[in-house]
Design a protein around this ligand. Structure first.
Ligand code: ADP
Ligand code: ADP
Length: 228
């Protein structure tokens, strides 16, 4: 579905963030991305839905090289949803409900379809009860769920989450993980970054380890931890 071929990227200040990354995402998997701060996890995610464009190499979407033209980017961004680490960057409307409706409305769906998708996303993520609240009134755990709802409402095939449990106490962290397990299915790939190696081992089908912008390993959890 999504494939990177020899992708390199450097920020405008010259920082090399990705270095010759090649990988393919298999639909329906649960993928954990491990790596130190600065290893390139966020930069990789931003490439996967076209928010960043490789300096070198290629992104393939359903087998076709992405040309970074409007229509194809729209399709890519619909298929690949990113939940950023800090929900405040994702929630900007007067109410949670409007934030969750924003994506579906942007996709040009009919009002009825957009509302249905938003409703389903809010039900699944448990934010229905505070849908009329301003996001900034919510707890961090609630904000995280609202941010997830706003992405899930677009029904992405690949749901990417940048450290979804960072900053949450164990109670909320567990709730978020339960939610992600509910959202994951044969048609929805879930990919997340984490610093918790044990969690990655327990949860993921595949683990991607990034180091200094390069792929150190990408394999099944068993394979990764038993063959060394
Ligand atoms: P991670 O998500 O694994 O912490 P990032 O993808 O955020 O890693 O960062 C990869 C590298 O790119 C790091 O060296 C980081 O300092 C640098 N970097 C990230 N964002 C920017 C930016 N906007 N401008 C310059 N350098 C950046
Ligand atoms: P929220 O809707 O704020 O995400 P939940 O509905 O998940 O909260 O939580 C149900 C109840 O659990 C809350 O009313 C709260 O009293 C309690 N609760 C919330 N956070 C914690 C926590 N960290 N540890 C124990 N109990 C908690």
């Amino acid at each position: 579905m999504i494939e990177l071929k020899n992708v390199s990227y450097h920020y405008t200040d010259g920082t090399k963030a990705l270095n010759d990354v090649s990988l393919a995402i298999t639909p329906g998997r649960k993928i954990a991305v491990l790596g130190n701060n600065g290893a390139g996890k966020s930069t990789l995610f931003l490439h996967m839905n076209g928010l960043l464009q490789p300096a070198e190499g290629q992104l393939l979407f359903n087998g076709t090289p992405v040309a970074y033209k409007r229509r194809q980017l729209q399709e890519l961004r619909r298929a690949v949803g990113i939940v950023f680490q800090h929900p405040d960057t994702q929630l900007f409307s007067p109410t949670v409900r409007e934030d969750v409706l924003y994506g579906p409305n942007n996709l040009g769906w009919s009002q009825a379809r957009a509302e249905q998708a938003a409703l389903e996303a809010m039900e699944k993520t448990g934010v229905l009860e505070f849908q009329y609240k301003p996001p900034h009134f919510l707890s961090l755990g609630q904000k995280k769920r609202a941010a997830i709802a706003s992405v899930v409402a677009m029904q992405p095939k690949l749901l990417i989450l940048d450290e979804p449990t960072a900053g949450l106490d164990p109670y909320y962290a567990r709730k978020i993980m339960q939610l992600l397990n509910e959202l994951h299915n044969e048609e929805t790939t879930v990919m997340l970054s984490t610093h918790d190696v044990n969690f990655a081992y327990e949860w993921a089908d595949e683990i991607l380890i990034l180091q200094s912008g390069g792929v150190r390993a990408f394999a099944g959890a068993e394979e990764l931890f038993h063959d060394q």
